[in-house]
Design a protein around this ligand. Structure first.
Ligand SMILES: [Zn+2]
Length: 229
């Protein structure tokens, strides 16, 4: 497991980042998180990367031997695109998520199989009609927002996103959020699933390696064998 972050623990994080305690304030987040995982299960090999993601190449350098990327980076907003482009071109599935004041949302991209984030951006430029993804551009330019995340919201979205990650990694079920924005309104309990279309000429999707050539992730047809009961 590779953890990537550049931040130090601040008091305001404690409300939703349950790995940290008061005594951790000022420590590098990845260092303390790696320590926590080591205490939880010494059998997990953890690599803590204390660095700031500033371009797509930063992500590509971390993708060697990766089976899946869990994308939670919120700043800069373009990082959503960098994660998408780097992961698709390396054939690595990624799960991304977000939190607003009264809703949570998550989606995933199955390289070369599902639509990707660039497909979502392009579909919005085209129309807004069926298969459009009006959330994509808002996400890309959502700078300087007040962070509305609270502990319960983050716990919820991480639970949903972690289950999606387990679908990819173990094959116990097919991904349910590949090219689909899943939104849960926590005020009403309503769930919506917005499918966005794969664009025929998406350059990012075209960069995905053929499934048979992939080293990352478990081959779709054999994933059930990797489930550990
Ligand atoms: Zn695409």
């Amino acid at each position: 497991m590779t953890l990537v972050d550049f931040d130090r623990v601040e008091r305001k994080n404690l409300v939703r980042q349950y790995v940290y305690r008061e005594r951790d304030i000022g420590r590098p987040k990845v260092e303390r998180a790696a320590e926590w995982i080591g205490e939880f299960n010494p059998g997990i090999q953890v690599r803590a990367v204390d660095t700031r993601i500033t371009e797509r190449a930063d992500i590509e350098a971390l993708l060697v031997d990766a089976d899946l990327v869990f994308g939670t980076v919120d700043q800069p907003a373009e990082a959503v695109q960098w994660v998408n482009d780097a992961c698709v071109s390396h054939g690595v599935p990624h799960v991304s998520m977000g939190v607003q004041a009264r809703s949570i949302r998550y989606w995933s991209v199955d390289p070369g199989r599902s639509a990707c984030f660039s497909c979502a951006l392009a579909s919005e430029e085209d129309s807004g009609g069926p298969g459009g993804a009006p959330w994509a551009r808002r996400l890309l330019f959502a700078q300087d927002l007040v962070n509305p995340a609270t502990g319960p919201l983050v716990s919820l979205v991480m639970g949903f996103a972690a289950m999606e990650a387990l679908r990819y990694l173990t094959g116990f079920a097919e991904p349910v959020a590949a090219g689909i924005m899943n939104t849960i309104d926590v005020a009403t309990g309503t769930r919506t699933a917005q499918v966005w279309n794969r664009r025929e000429h998406c350059e990012v999707c075209a960069s995905a390696p053929p499934a048979a050539d992939r080293t990352a992730g478990a081959p779709r047809g054999h994933r059930l064998k990797t489930v550990h009961a």
